[in-house]
Design a protein around this ligand. Structure first.
Ligand code: ATP
Length: 319
């Protein structure tokens, strides 16, 4: 192992920069050459890599987004694109590649692995939808952003005695909605993993109002329903006004939490360690308090666990 390339791919997530920093500094510590590829797999096709130095990653640990930029590259899904990427990696003398992104990006990494470049995938997506890891980089920050929004909405909701439906990201999963809903004390949490019954949501609202609750917050995961639709259904059933908020891409930005920075630093360091041990073809995960790598196929063939106990608890606590 002499030269490593690092890239970020798919949706950006807070903490990607901390991971890049760890990869770069750990590589240089071990006297490896380290190249940063711009715009994910597109950068491998369009020859966009530069050698990084210690100073290249100064002052980024606290920044959201990714200094390497990210992209979705349909061209890399073609044989022609993949051959171009291989030729460029060979030209640079790259012996290993670290891919920071979601499971789509791991599929790209697996292709590079198949072409003879050992690769390590670092899970980074606010959706936290990758199997074999309890946490993906960016999830904790996104959850905290949602909680901050709930706190703010709660102030105005209480003052005006209003009902709010807040729509959060998560693609086809409800991990953000569940964890933020539990930590933010939402009255109802609507997730794609569980079918929702609008009458039950309304009953909860009525129960709360009856016992003097001055506000209600319903958290809706984008994969389950739209907040507007839920608001409309409640309005039709209860003749009560529901304010709708869509947090959208706000959830992707912001300074990463300490948790995400530490996770990213550990994973970045571990990725370099594994390549130095000649281990590739692995996606990193954080489970039982430790960082480890599992073969991509195992990650692709496993299902991310939904925290049913927490879902049930959130329902009980919001009686
Ligand atoms: P997020 O979860 O944030 O969306 P992701 O990594 O899952 O991140 P994708 O858009 O699925 O995002 O994948 C990112 C990129 O990875 C794609 O644009 C493409 O360049 C590459 N990629 C995805 N799937 C494949 C595949 N089957 N073969 C080759 N490359 C792939």
């Amino acid at each position: 192992m002499r030269n490593i390339a690092v890239l970020t791919s798919g949706g950006d997530a807070p903490g990607m920069n901390a991971a890049i920093r760890a990869v770069v500094r750990k590589s240089i510590y071990h006297q490896l050459g380290i190249y940063g590829v711009q715009r994910g797999f597109s950068g491998l096709i369009n020859n966009e890599a530069t050698r990084l130095e210690l100073g290249s990653v100064a002052d980024i640990i606290h920044r959201g987004g990714t200094i390497l930029r990210t992209a979705r590259s349909p061209e890399f899904q073609t044989k022609e694109g993949q051959y171009k990427a291989r030729a460029y990696l060979q030209e640079l003398g790259i012996d290993g590649v670290i891919v920071i992104g979601g499971d789509g990006s791991f599929r790209g990494a697996q292709i590079l692995e198949g072409m003879g470049f050992p690769t390590i995938g670092i899970p980074a997506t606010i959706d936290n939808d990758i199997a074999c890891t309890d946490y993906c980089i960016g999830f904790d920050t996104a959850v905290n952003t949602v909680i901050d929004a709930i706190n703010r909405v709660r102030d105005t909701a209480t003052s005006h005695e209003r009902i709010y439906a807040i729509e959060v990201m998560g693609r086809d999963t409800g991990h953000i909605a569940l964890v933020a809903g539990l930590a933010g004390g939402a009255e109802s949490i609507i997730v794609p993993e569980a079918s929702y019954n609008i009458e039950e949501v309304c009953n909860r609202l009525l129960r709360g109002i009856k016992r003097g609750k001055r506000h209600s917050i319903i958290l809706v995961a984008e994969g389950a329903a739209s907040a507007a639709q839920v608001g409309e259904e409640i309005k039709n059933l209860l003749q009560m006004e529901v304010r709708v908020i869509i947090l959208g891409h706000l959830q992707r930005g912001g300074t990463p939490t300490a948790f995400d920075r530490i996770l990213a630093s550990r994973m970045g360091g571990k990725a370099v360690d594994l390549l130095l041990e000649d281990i590739g073809g692995r996606a990193l995960g954080f489970w039982k308090g430790e960082i480890g790598g599992r073969p991509y196929e195992e990650v692709f063939n496993s299902k991310k666990e939904f925290l049913w106990d927490d879902y049930e608890l959130a329902g009980i606590l919001a009686i």
